[in-house]
Design a protein around this ligand. Sequence first.
Ligand code: NAI
Length: 351
Amino acid sequence: MSDLRVAFFDSKPYDMKSFDSENQSYGYAIKYFSEKLNPDTAPLAAGYDAVCAFVNDDLSAGTLEKLCASGVKLVALRCAGYNNIDLKVAFGKIHVARVPDYSPYAVAEHAVALMLSLNRKIHRAYYRVRDNNFSINGLLGFDMHGKTAGIIGTGKIGQVLIKILKGFGMNVVAYDLHPREDIAGEAGFSYTTMDKLYAESDIISLHCPLNTETYHLINNEAINKMKKGAMLINTGRGQLIDTAALVEGLKSGTIGFAGLDVYEEESEYFFEDKSDEIILDDILARLNTFNNVIVTSHQAFFTKEALGNISSTTMKNIAGFFKDGSIPNEICYRCGKTPCPRKDKTQSSCF
Ligand code: NAI
């Protein structure tokens, strides 16, 4: 056993199973809290060395200040995205690590699951047949082959998705703030402008991070540039889409299908069983009324392989910081990279 103490927030049974198994090699004292981390729950971490947080934990200034004051040294995010932490406030006070690459396949494959389900109306067909309604009226789909997919963000997940879609025989166009022309030729896609991507794509899929530049990237203006009846897939972050504008786009038919694994106000609902409650979020409730919309509850990451990689990398990050003095996947506020490229023999990190 080690005397290292980790406060684990927003824990679910599958997290405990995966982390307890991984912790057999470490022996840390992990306390699982079902509460989400926020300024009100941060005092629960008093006396702990590290906190482990997830996508809907609130790591804004109010939380970070309380964590620092109570002696917590490390925030170990068990996710890839880090839009929920104020790195500017964290800088110089508390170290932050994440899991940059646990399974791009999990997320890309879920994006494809949403595309195929929406196109071939599997969600509707399932309920019809269960009700002995064997009619296929209204279930007409389209061949993916020969259609155009527009991928926004050609990082790890975007690249895996492109390979899968090329396998269907789709044309792929992409937009990235930092285009990788070196991979485009070999992978058989081309970079274009956002406007052309909107105009040409039958299916648009979002794989860029959420930040100030990408907040509400898909708004009224963007939707009005899209091909009539386009399919929009979001497995990135909810706030990439102005959901009120999406609802209008669905009502007008500009958006023909929407597959959403993330939603801008998801933290109140996603990952929780609310089946005995009334949904007070009118936009979420409205989305659930469209028969051409599928909402999943931020489950794109949720495969056996991804969970295993998340727990092993998170534990390595914690061990690296407390035992070896360097965190393999520290998020650097100054350079914004993971790992920090400035980390070398003379400088332990940008921190
Ligand atoms: P990555 O860092 O490998 O790739 C992101 C790409 O987006 C990079 O190529 C970057 O240059 C590009 N980019 C940055 N700003 C952009 C902008 N303004 N416009 C267009 N492109 C831009 O990240 P990865 O692993 O591919 O993940 C992408 C996102 O997916 C994450 O940021 C996270 O928010 C989300 N995600 C969602 C999961 C889920 O379960 N639904 C699980 C894991 C990640």
